[in-house]
Design a protein around this ligand. Structure first.
Ligand SMILES: CC(C)(COP(=O)(O)OP(=O)(O)OC[C@H]1O[C@@H](n2cnc3c(N)ncnc32)[C@H](O)[C@@H]1OP(=O)(O)O)[C@@H](O)C(=O)NCCC(=O)NCCS
Length: 442
C-alpha cells in the first residue's frame, strides 16, 4: 500500500517529509495482522508497566484494536513506529498531522498507541545508563497527564502533544521528582561571570540589544510600551569587560559596570550547554519538592548522562515572573519559585503562556478580562493585576549547580555584595562602576 493510497482514504492533507522519505524502508517488517504493539497482550503489558490508569488503558486497547482493523492505519502505525524507534532519524514530529475522530474513531489516540510501541527501546536505553525503572515510569507518566489534559481542554479523549512526548521517548527528558530536565543550549543574549574569590555571579547583557527603561526588552508585551528605549553596550577588552548588568530580579540595568577579566571568568554565554527545567501540571509545586528535585538532578544527571555536560539549569516560563511574588493574595508555591533563580528578561516576552496555563486561553487576542474565570485566588489576583494595567510576562532564569541552596535566594542575597554594591571593599579592587552616558539611541 502506498502512502498516497493511505492519504486518499484518510485525507490527512499535505504529508510530512518524515513520512514520505522512508516509506519503503518500513515495508519489509510490516505484517498485516501482526503489528506487535497493536496486540492486546503487548499494549496491556506496556500500560501496566508505566502504571497507566485503568480507564485510559481501556481506551488505548480499544484504539489499538480499531487501528489493527483498519489497513491504512495499521500500516501507518507500523511506519510511525519504524520512524520513531528504529530509523535513528532526527524527526520533526510536530509536523505530523493529527488524525481526528471524524477521520477515524481511533484517530485521536493513534499517536499515544504508537508511542507505547517504543517502551522496549526506552527500557533498553535506561538499562544501558543504569537508571532505575522507577525513574522511567515516573518520566513516562507524562503520557497519561497529557491525555487527561487533552480531555480537559477538548472535552473528549485524545492525545495531541506529539512533539513534547517525543522528548520522553527519545530519552531526552528525565523527570526527577517534581521537575523535568531536558538538555538544551543557552539561547539568551547574556553573559554570566563568577568572581573567583567570593563565588558571586553577575550577568551582563550582550551589546546592541534594545531595552526599555524598566529593563525589559523593547519588544516585550507585544511592543506596546514604547517609551524609554536604550541600547545595551558590551565592551570586551583584554583585561576588562564593561557592560550593563542584569539584576537577579530579571531586569537589565542602564548603568554600566566593569569587571576585571582575570577575577571574573565567564561561566555562561549564548550557545553553552544547559539543562532546561520544566514543570508539569502534576499537582502543587512546593518549595521542598522543587529543592529535592534539583538536589537529585545535581548528582543524578552527571552520573547517568556524562555525555550531557551542562553549565547551568535554565528555564523560561511564566512561573519565573517575579511579579507573581507581589500578587494579592500571594500564591505561596508560585511566589517561592522565582527568587531561587538568577532571573533575566526574555526577548519578546508576553503574557501568552500565563494566560494559556491559568485561563486556558490558546488563541492570542481572545482573552476577555470581564468574562475570565475567577475560581482560584491566582486567577482573581491576576485579573485585579491586569485591571490595574499590569502585564505578566514569561521570564528567564539561570541557576548554576554549584550555587544550589534552594530556599536561600542566593543570587538576590549576594547581589548586594556584587553591585549594591561594588562598595563591598573586597570587590572594589576587582570591579568598578562607571556611569557612561554613551548608549546608542535607537
Ligand atoms: C505550577 C503549578 C503546579 C503551581 O500550582 P500550586 O503549587 O498549587 O501553586 P500555589 O500554591 O502557589 O497556588 C496558589 C493559588 O493559585 C492557584 N493556581 C496555581 N496555579 C494555577 C493555575 N495554573 N491556574 C489557576 N490557578 C492556579 C491555586 O489553585 C491556588 O488557588 P487557591 O488559593 O484558590 O486554592 C500550577 O500552576 C500548574 O500546574 N501549572 C501548569 C504547569 C505549568 O504552567 N508549567 C510551566 C510550563 S513552563
Amino acid at each position: 500500500m502506498s502512502l498516497d493510497q493511505i492519504n486518499q482514504r484518510l485525507r490527512l492533507g499535505c504529508l510530512p517529509e518524515d513520512w514520505t522519505q522512508r516509506w519503503p524502508a518500513s515495508e519489509p517488517a510490516f505484517i498485516s495482522g501482526g503489528v506487535f504493539f497493536l496486540q492486546p497482550t503487548y499494549l496491556r503489558h506496556a500500560c501496566d508497566t508505566i502504571r497507566m490508569d485503568a480507564e485510559i488503558t481501556g481506551l488505548l486497547l480499544d484504539a489499538a484494536q480499531r487501528i489493527a482493523a483498519e489497513p491504512t492505519l495499521e500500516r501507518l502505525a507500523s511506519h510511525c513506529h519504524y520512524l520513531l524507534f528504529e530509523s535513528g532519524l532526527e524527526l520533526n514530529v510536530r509536523q505530523w498531522p493529527q488524525i481526528s475522530r471524524e477521520i477515524h474513531a481511533a484517530g485521536p489516540l493513534f499517536y499515544a498507541v504508537v508511542y507505547l510501541s517504543g517502551l522496549p527501546s526506552i527500557q533498553r536505553l535506561y538499562r544501558q545508563r543504569g537508571i532505575a525503572e522507577s525513574v522511567m515510569i515516573h518520566t513516562l507518566s507524562d503520557l497519561e497527564l497529557w491525555i487527561r489534559e487533552h480531555k480537559r481542554r477538548n472535552g473528549a479523549w485524545g492525545f495531541s502533544n506529539l512533539g513534547w512526548m517525543h522528548n520522553h521517548f527519545r530519552e531526552k527528558l528525565i523527570a526527577l521528582g517534581r521537575l523535568q530536565f531536558i538538555p538544551g543550549k543557552f539561547g539568551s543574549p547574556f553573559h554570566f561571570y563568577r568572581d573567583v574569590r567570593s563565588g558571586k555571579v553577575v550577568g551582563l547583557a550582550e551589546g546592541g540589544c534594545l531595552f526599555r527603561d524598566d529593563g525589559q526588552f523593547a519588544n516585550a508585551d507585544y511592543g506596546t510600551i514604547r517609551k524609554g528605549y536604550w541600547a545595551s553596550r558590551l565592551e570586551m577588552g583584554d583585561r576588562q569587560i564593561t557592560g550593563n548588568p542584569i539584576s537577579p530580579w530579571g531586569v537589565v540595568e542602564r548603568r554600566e559596570i566593569t569587571l576585571a577579566r582575570d577575577a571574573w571568568p565567564e561561566i555562561l554565554r549564548s550557545g553553552d550547554p544547559t539543562m532546561t527545567v520544566h514543570i508539569p501540571a502534576s499537582g502543587p509545586m512546593t518549595p521542598k519538592a522543587c529543592g529535592d528535585s534539583f538536589r537529585e538532578a545535581v548528582s543524578f544527571l552527571p552520573r547517568h548522562f556524562p555525555d550531557w555536560p551542562f553549565r547551568a539549569f535554565t528555564c523560561i516560563s511564566w512561573l519565573l515572573d517575579p511579579q507573581l511574588e507581589a500578587m494579592d493574595p500571594r500564591p505561596a508555591n508560585l511566589a517561592a519559585f522565582p527568587p531561587e533563580w538568577y532571573l533575566h528578561p526574555v526577548d519578546g516576552a508576553t503574557e501568552r503562556q500565563a494566560l494559556e496555563r491559568v485561563f486556558d486561553i490558546f488563541e492570542e487576542g481572545t482573552f476577555n478580562l470581564a468574562a475570565a474565570p475567577m475560581r482560584t485566588s491566582l486567577q482573581r489576583g491576576i485579573i485585579a493585576f491586569m485591571r490595574r494595567g499590569g502585564h505578566l510576562r514569561s521570564t528567564g532564569g539561570v541557576l548554576f549547580p554549584e550555587d544550589l541552596d534552594w530556599g536561600k535566594s542566593v543570587y538576590r542575597k549576594s547581589w548586594k555584595g556584587v553591585i549594591g554594591c561594588f562598595a563591598v571593599s573586597g570587590l572594589r579592587q576587582q570591579c568598578s562602576l562607571s556611569r557612561s552616558q554613551s548608549h546608542r539611541r535607537p
